[in-house]
Ligand binder design. Structure first.
Ligand SMILES: Cc1cc2nc3c(=O)[nH]c(=O)nc-3n(C[C@H](O)[C@H](O)[C@H](O)COP(=O)(O)OP(=O)(O)OC[C@H]3O[C@@H](n4cnc5c(N)ncnc54)[C@H](O)[C@@H]3O)c2cc1C
Length: 395
């Protein structure tokens, strides 16, 4: 059987894997990046929103090839349709963002990894792996052929249904109760009130999560929702059909794509590395538990992992102790904010439709420019006293 040797094998060429491969190659290691898909980035399972600050922090310059829409704010909608607008004319938006075309973006990130020196194998499925003295022997299949890859370090970047980490004895799989089920249409004919803003709908429209409309320019938008299966008897798809039929923006729209997927929203497990193995991205729960956003946080994890892996290769130390640097830096860079958002989500989950309406009504005409975070929280506590208990220490 054919045997390929490499220093670092990255399994999964999503945003996290490609970023890890790029930084590992820039660090001088021999890197192989593989994905089971025949087209990196497709099918997408994503609403495609990212923050500008996030891209900047990763050193990625925006490119018109993969940006479909620059955003000017957010519209938050409560169950009785009370809405709160957070637009740049009202508030200095620290987290302004844009909507990507993931099918192009993911490919572009893999191209960046290739330009940095990584080798890429597409349509190549990892089927198992066994530990050796100096790394892992990974079994793979591509176009009907089976072969093995010998790697000193394996980076598991195989997304929300990750199996690779488990093969290496790391239990990073999200528990079913922490897995949000999402369903989304990409639609044409969407009539938004302001298609420069992303929209979030809260309450029983999407139990345990929220519904969204993310504009992609013209009359096109990603229309979707995420739910916790423990909070409803219906599927995400059934909730989506109801949402689309009852929303004035989408009642005349038509779908051109359906995306179904899981989003791990339970936070990052403590242990992300063991000897010769690292886990990144969705596979490592690197997702904002409140928003479900995992592109930037997964890429941040990927960047740190790639750098640490290259350093480990050049120093010839592939032990858990050495690779733990990634775990520690990740806790600092993303773990702390993930933990904070877990608490906010916990609070959000306690709110019923009536409470969400009262909060939206209290915030509807607020002049955000003049209000500090402390004052916002004070106002929130007034309409929702349990906010103090749940959020008091965070602000
Ligand atoms: C409906 C929905 C909407 C979302 N919206 C947003 C959003 O607006 N903004 C945001 O930031 N995040 C969003 N997310 C989350 C975001 O999509 C993920 O966090 C992100 O894709 C994670 O990147 P990743 O590289 O870790 O994994 P993935 O993008 O899932 O990539 C994993 C890759 O591994 C490959 N793979 C898996 N197993 C194997 C194997 N055995 N062998 C070879 N290859 C393998 C897969 O083919 C895949 O390409 C959304 C998620 C869902 C489900």
């Amino acid at each position: 059987m054919m045997l390929i040797e490499t220093d670092i094998l990255v399994i999964g060429a999503g945003p996290a894997g490609s970023t890890a491969a790029k930084h590992a190659a820039e660090g001088g290691a021999r890197v192989l990046l593989m994905d089971k898909k025949s087209e990196i980035g497709a099918p997408k399972r994503c609403a495609e929103g990212v923050s500008n600050g996030g891209l900047e922090s990763l050193g990625i310059e925006k490119n018109p090839r993969w940006i479909t829409k620059e955003l000017d704010g957010v519209r938050l909608i409560s169950p009785n349709r009370t809405d709160v607008w957070l637009t740049s004319d009202k508030i200095d938006l620290p987290e302004a963002g844009c909507i990507l075309e993931r099918k192009v973006f993911d490919k572009y990130m893999a191209m960046d990894a290739a330009r940095a020196g990584a080798q890429i194998k597409i349509k190549t499925l990892a089927t198992g792996m066994e530990k050796t003295d100096d790394g892992y022997l990974v079994s793979a299949e591509s176009m009907g052929e089976s072969f093995q890859i010998k790697a000193k370090i394996v980076i598991a970047a195989d997304g929300p249904e990750s199996r690779v980490a488990r093969w290496g004895g790391l239990n990073t799989t999200a528990k079913p109760k922490d897995m949000e089920s999402a369903a989304q249409f990409e639609m044409a004919g969407v009539e938004m009130e302001n298609n420069n803003c992303i929209e979030f709908y809260f309450g029983s429209v999407a139990p345990g999560g929220y519904a969204w409309i993310f504009p992609k320019g013209d009359d096109i938008a990603n229309v979707g929702l995420g739910i916790l299966a423990t909070k409803t008897d219906k599927t995400a798809y059934e909730h989506l059909l109801e949402f689309v039929a009852s929303n004035p923006a989408t009642e005349n729209a038509q779908p051109v794509e359906l995306n179904i997927g899981g989003d791990p929203v339970g936070g990052m497990p403590k242990k992300l590395v063991t000897d010769n193995l690292m886990v990144i991205g969705d596979a490592a729960g690197q997702v904002n538990p409140l928003t479900g956003g995992g592109i930037i946080s997964g890429m941040t994890g990927g960047m740190i992992a790639g750098k640490v892996a290259a350093e480990a290769i050049s120093e010839g130390d592939l032990s858990r102790k050495k690779l733990k640097k990634y775990e520690d830096e990740c806790q600092e860079a993303i773990g702390k904010s993930i933990n904070k958002y877990l608490k906010v989500k916990d609070y959000m989950l306690t709110l019923n439709d009536g409470e969400l309406d009262s909060i939206a009504e209290a915030f509807q005409d607020i002049e955000f420019e003049k209000v500090s975070t402390t004052e916002l929280v004070r106002k929130l506590v007034k309409v929702s006293p349990k906010a103090l208990l749940k959020l008091g220490k965070l602000f």
